[in-house]
Design a protein around this ligand. Structure first.
Ligand SMILES: *Cc1c(COP(=O)(O)O)cnc(C)c1O
Length: 383
């Protein structure tokens, strides 16, 4: 959670400025709901609502009409519950031994991912004399969490299903963002087979990208995360979502450097001619990946980070430091930028997918690392 110190400093003193558009978030949720052909649209708000802030994102989604939320950890469920007293909240990472009472006390539902979790939840419900609700997760290919398909197919015989209320049957796609991956159809078929043996339990398979598959595996409920926050759920096509996050860094110094001089730790970037460098007050300690460092001679940097400076895309220069990034701004006319100006690190052409690609990772990791050191400003939802 962000500490309050960030929002007690004046904007003029802030090294990094994070703008979060809750109107775009709400509109992305409505658009995903409309894509889901009548299925309920939930929202995945794990990892601090993908970096945007649970306490802000959940109320905005509630206002848009969302009633079901998924988090990964119990701690996130507590935060979501505090701002959504009546919502349905599921904890994806399941039931840790001895934690049943926590779920019941907070009116939060575990996603049961193994027979032993099911047994523990059923025993707890028997002891309490109440059929508390939970989801059942069946693994159709991820090999991470969930009952095996054969365990899922046997479940209908199990007396434990009398002890608690299975409120959702779910599985998770391995690579729904690759729309032609044959695994998608295999997972849909395996999931349907289990679902057919457990009629009456609402079913859910699709994450953001799953919603857009031509097979329309929407079932009763869809679980988008990334697309809500502006990530592209259809990487082969234009992004249908509105951007939610914009990140700006403050220029703290501008200088000219001479040919042969290097920039940053370990001197990994060398000016081939006279270059102008802007140093901004954002670094890897703010969650901007060090892997976006630009190494080599100036002018021929391999895939590495970039910033938009006075409307121009400018490459990073040298290693990303803990608290600073140097940018080669030689191409920007000298009078167009000054100390104190902001540059765009996420926004415009530098959308979260592109920023991730340039750091050798995915946009998800860019979002979930968005740090609390930024001055956060929220644009409220219009309606
Ligand atoms: C994270 C997660 C989602 C959301 O996935 P996105 O790709 O971000 O839409 C849905 N379901 C489960 C089980 C998850 O872990």
């Amino acid at each position: 959670m962000q500490s309050s110190a960030q929002n007690r400093i004046p904007e003029s003193a802030a090294g990094g400025l994070l703008h979060i558009d809750l109107d775009a978030l709400a509109s992305n949720w409505r658009s995903l709901r409309d894509h889901a052909g009548g299925a309920e649209a939930a929202a995945v708000v794990k990892a601090n609502a993908y970096g945007t802030g649970i306490e802000k994102a959940v109320p905005a989604l509630l206002k848009a009409g969302c009633r079901t939320f998924f988090v990964a950890h119990a701690s996130e469920a507590v935060r979501a519950r505090a701002v959504a007293p009546d919502a349905t909240i599921y904890v994806l990472n399941g039931l840790l031994p001895g934690s049943c009472a926590f779920f019941a006390d907070h009116d939060v539902r575990p996603v049961l991912g193994s027979l032993s979790e099911i047994e523990e939840w059923a025993a707890f419900c028997r002891a309490q004399g109440r059929r508390f609700k939970a989801a059942i997760h069946v693994d159709t290919g991820m090999n991470r969490l969930g009952l095996t398909v054969s365990e899922g197919l046997m479940l209908k015989e199990s007396a434990t299903l009398e002890d608690f209320e299975p409120a959702l049957l779910m599985s998770h796609f391995v690579s729904a963002e690759e729309k032609d991956d044959p695994l998608n159809v295999q997972q849909i078929e395996a999931f349907k087979a289990v679902r057919n043996t457990l009629p009456g339990i609402p079913a859910s398979l699709a994450n953001s990208s799953g919603i857009f598959l031509k097979e329309k595996p929407h079932f009763d409920l869809v679980r988008p995360g990334y697309a809500l926050y502006g990530g592209n759920p259809t990487p082969d096509d234009a992004n249908p979502m509105r951007p939610v996050v914009e990140l700006e860094g403050r220029i703290v110094q501008l200088r000219w450097i001479e040919p042969g001089e290097t920039v940053g730790y370990n001197g990994r970037w060398t000016a081939q001619n006279r270059r102008r460098v802007a140093t901004i007050s954002v670094g890897y300690a703010d969650g901007y990946p060090r892997a976006a460092s630009a190494r080599g001679p100036s002018g021929e940097t391999p895939l590495s980070g970039m910033a938009i400076v006075a409307g121009r895309l400018c490459p990073f220069a040298g290693n990303v430091s803990m608290d600073l990034i140097a940018i080669d701004v030689t191409e920007v006319p000298e009078g167009e930028i000054a100390r104190g100006d902001t540059v765009t690190l996420i926004g415009g052409a530098l959308n979260v997918d592109e920023v991730g690609r340039r750091a050798g990772t995915i946009g998800y990791e860019i979002l979930t690392n968005l740090d609390s050191r930024y001055l956060r400003t929220y644009r409220e939802a219009k309606s």
